[in-house]
Design a protein around this ligand. Structure first.
Ligand code: NAP
Length: 323
């Protein structure tokens, strides 16, 4: 498939990806925040982080920092890991009531004693900047305006801004989670791709993946998508974020990569996607990990917060091109 000259992918082009797409999306969100604030409406995001999950703490820190950068008001709520479902429901109800809070994000996973589905259902759909509420899921699948999960929305944004054709293309999504795989498939379908969704029970996964012009890996298994899953020239989107600590596993992925070896030696771990590095040799384009879909997801959270303001209190009709 043909990639545009401004393709953000590949090792060399990933620099441009970081520079152009992210900055563009953030700059657009910042400009919207500025004009809303000038009109007396400062967008506000509340992040709920339960307990002390180290990975969640890192994600939330990134989200709050990004809010500061684009001028969104943000506040963090950090109840203890022992919180009950009812206590968390009370917190969500309070955030739902507050007019100056436009977006509510409950960082997952929640502790086992908390009924996560009940919590996500309690978030006002108009403030559901993660797009996980069943009402927003329904809006997406029926192509009505709503809030779309940040990670798949970011992937669509990246494809569009890189001028990668989607309509009429074969798209294969590996993974069927509610937060990535399913909404990803729905967005690609809404954009007129021919979509196949794969999962752990899919027969002959490499053969199905090789049909793809656009292959999205959202699995959670380091380097699982090797070159035999990829048709030469395909666009490969790596959603996976896996921390590899085992030296033998590291060697199967990055032996001979001096930069990675240095990081691994220094930190004792490295962040790896679901796509094996060897795929870069045959793919037309592949998103890097770290630095690809992860930061884009946070940028989309800013855009979603702006969208939530417009929909709930901006008194404007919002054109949602892909929902
Ligand atoms: P998840 O809920 O665990 O879902 C994983 C999916 O992969 C499931 O549908 C599962 O199939 C499928 N799968 C697992 N092993 C497989 C195999 N051997 N062959 C085929 N399919 C297999 O994970 P998730 O929340 O969607 O996240 C996926 C990855 O994306 C993780 O690495 C996560 O950290 C990352 N992620 C990144 C971002 C970001 O901002 N970049 C955001 C969210 C998630 P079954 O349904 O049959 O079990």
């Amino acid at each position: 498939m043909q990639l545009s000259d401004s393709s953000p992918f590949g090792d060399r082009e990933s620099q441009r990806f970081r520079g152009i797409n992210l900055q563009e999306i953030r700059a657009e969100a910042a400009a919207a925040v500025q004009s809303m604030s000038a009109a007396g409406i400062r967008p506000g995001l509340a992040v709920v982080l339960v307990g002390n999950n180290p990975a969640s703490e890192i994600y939330v820190r990134g989200k709050v920092k990004s809010c500061e950068e684009v001028g969104i008001y943000s506040e963090q709520h950090t109840p203890p890991a022992t919180i009950t479902t009812d206590e968390l429901l009370a917190l969500v109800a309070d955030l739902n009531r507050r007019d100056e809070i436009d977006g509510i994000l409950v960082q997952l996973p929640l502790p086992p004693q908390v009924d996560s589905k009940k919590i996500l259902l309690a978030v006002d759909p108009a403030k559901d900047v993660d797009g996980f509420h069943p009402m927003n899921v329904g809006y997406l699948s029926t192509q009505r305006p709503g809030l779309v999960p940040c990670t798949p929305a970011g992937v669509m944004e990246m494809l569009e801004r890189s001028r990668i054709k989607v309509a009429g293309q074969e798209a294969v999504v590996v993974g069927r989670s509610d937060i990535v795989g399913k909404p990803m498939a729905m967005l690609l379908l809404n954009a007129n791709a021919t979509v196949t969704v794969c999962h752990s029970k899919t027969r002959d996964l490499p053969a199905v993946c090789r049909r793809a012009d656009i292959l999205v890996a959202a699995i959670g298994r380091a380097g699982m998508i090797t070159r035999d899953f990829v048709r030469p020239g395909a666009t490969v989107i790596d959603v996976g974020m896996n921390r590899v600590t085992d030296a033998v596993e590291f060697a199967t992925l990055f032996a001979g990569n001096a930069k990675r070896e240095e990081t691994f030696r220094a930190k004792g771990s490295t962040l790896v996607g679901d796509v094996h590095p060897e795929v870069a040799e045959i793919a037309g384009a592949v998103t890097p990990v770290p630095g690809g879909v992860g930061p884009l997801t946070i940028a989309m959270l800013m855009s979603n917060t702006v969208k939530a303001v417009k929909m709930r209190r901006g008194n404007q009709v919002v054109e949602l091109s892909r929902t």
